[in-house]
Design a protein around this ligand. Structure first.
Ligand SMILES: Nc1ncnc2c1ncn2[C@@H]1O[C@H](COP(=O)(O)OP(=O)(O)OP(=O)(O)O)[C@@H](O)[C@H]1O
Length: 274
């Protein structure tokens, strides 16, 4: 009979040792902390690049808990999350997947863009997200009980959802939900200045342009420009790129291929930046 071994997988590398820069926007820190204290899973809802991942890193640091992040995609299988056997010479070794690793070690597991995962993969989290907080591993014939430190979090962007990629109510209703959006202007320019290294005045202009671009959502733009892209524009400026060009490269071209829309947005930028 083949020998089966289990490889210990420490989570030291998932500990965040320096406080991430995060500016709270509403009561998200308090709600998340209360959810953590009550062993409740959390769903972060919001558009791309608005601070969800940064918030998770900040909370993991504050709660002194390792965080294992998984970027979900349509090829992600249940085994990718749970783990699999690997043949090592004469023996077979069990390798924990990232979700199992988080359960065993009492870490926060963050499933980014959860709706991108296939339906059969999504249901794997169900027993972990109700009061059972267990994870059956059929291939090992065991059931893991999550320690109190373990927390499951997911993120999803409601703006992208189609009927095929929506969360079933039976999944949705297992999570406390926190809404995220682009930060209000006075917080966003502080973030842009801090992250890109440009001065407040320039950051203020970028945020003003960003807000105008976001209004184009009513005129065919699929998604507004993210805080992440405003920061990119600031970084290009800090490296000596002219403000208009930085806005074109980091804020207009990435968000749409529609030439007419690009031209309209360009006119708005020209009116703000002399
Ligand atoms: N409240 C905030 N405090 C500090 N930085 C922020 C905040 N909001 C956004 N940022 C900045 O915006 C960048 C993009 O945010 P982040 O990567 O967290 O987006 P996200 O919402 O996780 O996006 P995605 O859904 O695409 O993964 C961060 O790297 C950070 O620099």
């Amino acid at each position: 009979m083949k020998k089966i071994s289990y490889k210990e997988q420490p989570v030291e590398e998932y500990i965040i040792r320096e406080e991430p820069y995060y500016v709270p926007v509403k009561d998200e820190v308090e709600i998340f902390t209360a959810a953590y204290e009550n062993n409740l899973p959390v769903n972060l809802k919001g558009p791309t690049g608005c601070g969800k991942t940064r918030f998770m890193e900040y909370m993991a640091y504050k709660l002194e808990c390792p965080i294992i992040t998984i970027a979900c995609h349509e090829d992600l299988t249940a085994s990718d999350l749970i783990g699999r056997f690997l043949i090592k010479g004469e023996s077979t070794e069990w390798n924990d997947g990232p979700l199992t690793k988080a359960v065993r070690n009492g870490a926060i597991c963050y499933l980014d863009e959860f709706v991108e995962a296939r339906m059969d993969t999504r249901v794997v989290i169900h027993p972990l997200t109700d009061d059972r907080r267990v994870m059956p591993i059929d291939k090992l014939g065991i059931i893991l009980h999550a320690p109190p430190e373990f927390m499951l979090t997911i993120s999803y962007n409601p703006g992208y959802q189609s009927v095929l990629k929506d969360l079933k109510q039976s999944t949705r209703q297992r999570f406390v939900a926190i809404d995220f959006d682009y930060p209000p202007a006075d917080i966003e320019y502080e973030i842009v200045a801090h992250e890109s290294g440009i001065d407040m005045e320039d950051a203020r202009t970028l945020v003003e342009i960003g807000q105008k671009i976001r209004n184009f959502k009513q005129h065919g733009l699929e998604e507004g420009v993210s805080t992440r892209l405003l920061i990119y524009a600031g970084m290009l400026m800090r490296s000596g790129i002219d403000q208009k060009e930085a806005c074109r490269a980091a804020m207009i071209k990435p968000i749409t291929d529609d030439y007419e829309l690009q031209k309209s947005i360009d006119e708005i930028i020209a009116a703000i930046v002399e």
